[in-house]
Design a protein. Sequence first.
Length: 211
Amino acid sequence: MNNTINTVVKRIRAKRRGWVFTPSDFLDIGNRASIDQILSRLTKKGMIRRVGRGIYDFPKQHAVLGTLSPDSDSIARAVSAKDNSKVYPSGAMAANMLGLSTQVPAKPVYLTNGSSKSVTVGKQVITLRHAKVPLLDNTPDIVNLAFQALSYLGKHNIDDQVVQRFATVLGDKDINYIYKSISHVPGWMADTIHKIKQLHNGQIHNANGAR
């Protein structure tokens, strides 16, 4: 048991403060009952903190503010890992990250290929919504972000500036990945991806197809 505890502690420390995790992150070390017992002991000792149902963190410490709350991204990743699913920022956040929108969601919302759910951690409510456009495996993050941003913007909000932005922010490899995945998206989005690829490669000079 002591060896198992030491291994769990080493993993937690190796991940460093701020890590949010679930018992599933240790099932290669011991069975679920023993892991639950160990995490309970470490919580009582104050090394880790239980922040939600089946969710723990190795809390960050601030010299003035004291123990900090876990960030929403870390919580969302931990919940998705627990469910063996993927998680990405919402379409609104993806659009903001890619420079396509200045709007930032007031509440943390994430897209998942798993079930839609809400998770409460302290005063934070993290919302996971099933993605309308698939989150693809073995694909660069920026490609999945691009798909979700396009889905969020919608067919009628795609103009020359949007196409130009995608053609600029996506690299050659990204364009190839996104083009190979074109069969997974709605027709209007596929048409937009064609224009992005052509503009990126210099085959056209604007989204209307002018050469």
